[in-house]
Design a protein around this ligand. Sequence first.
Ligand code: AMP
Ligand code: MG
Length: 428
Amino acid sequence: MTQSNLMPVRAALEYILEHISPLGSETLSITQCLNRVLAEDVIAPDNIPPFVNSAMDGYAVIAEDVAQASADEPVILRVIENIPAGKAPQKKVRSGQAARIMTGAPMPAGATAVVRFEDTSEAASVAELKPDEVAILRPVSPFDNVRPVGEDLKAGSAVLKKGHRLRPQDIGILAAAGQGKVLVRRVPRVAILATGDELVGIDEPLSPGKIRNSNEYTQAALVQSYGAEAVMLGVARDTTQDLKAKLREGLAQGVDLFLTSAGVSVGDYDVVKNVLAEEGEMHFWQVAIKPGKPLAFGIIDGVPLIGLPGNPVASMVAFEVFARPAILKLSASPVWEKPTLRAILQEDVKNSGRRHYMRALLYEAGGEYRVTTRGSGVQVQGSGILSSLVWANTLVVVPNEITFLPAGSRVEVWLLDWRGEKFPTEIT
Ligand code: AMP
Ligand code: MG
């Protein structure tokens, strides 16, 4: 197959996403909602804050009373009350009076501003002051150090919109708005199935021709890192019977997506391909991607299946490019693009007609982001070399139409260690 017959990455991804629908919803306590996607708009039932309150520890005063105050000529006021946070004021502040007030305490009637302790006799000694008096050393304007009702959120306004992925601060604002339970999207359950006669488990001894199954563990960790649940089905041998049994096991567990690794390329023993073709409606693509050309996608008994390549690096790159967006769509995440930034490439890079996701190290130097595809003594770009992904923190994306990138080019970089969503393109 020539390079031009290869399926473009974008087309393969679009096909996959077209055949995946977001999962249903459930109502949960907000203590269980971190990283979940909201399935409803949440409206603030009350104003936050619900009452006018002080933004400082200080004295609630009538601003006009202290308009001429200075350190040399302080204004002396009589303290009529002490208002801690959580208590309602009992008295009205009249001209010549002040109330000692703590941050978050309700403003007393009559007062229009708060003078912070630092600008009063609390912080400086003032001669001839009676015990119930305070000296004000600086003027304030009306509303200084006062938080109005609804400053944070107005009653009836949207706290958070449907489709938003909940971060710690979002959980906090839901609590502030009195929303102990919310409707969120279900977590996708993703079955992970490694295939191959050469694979042995972590604890098993290595006999001739065998290697340890690492893909299953990388994939499970990736699934978890994108907020989904990994259902580990173990290893299926390269036999029809074994593969079918494992698929049935996954279906019985009610999984939402299958991820398999290996057996979908052009090798003699790639029975995975044949079995999948018998079990469901499958496509076997040669994608214009490097590493990892072979990719399978189809539906088995109503459950989507993505067949990732077997080489450990290709398998993880294909996960990031194809499986990650599928998982995000299942969880109804509004965005699935990887967050990217531009960095200065440190060496010449050649490309041969496929979209190349090159393992790279991003670093900051000279006030800019720089990126290198060469590690010290590490042969980084072989698709079986997992240690190079351990070294890397990013992928440099080289589009298929670009055959040469000179050192100094500004290149697109995928942040591998960044779990968040894409940065916004406009300020809201
Ligand atoms: P295949 O796609 O079956 O031709 O496999 C490609 C390469 O990936 C081979 O070298 C396999 O041994 C290797 N491989 C397949 N599955 C795994 C796995 N679960 N863990 C590590 N390496 C694997
Ligand atoms: Mg194989």
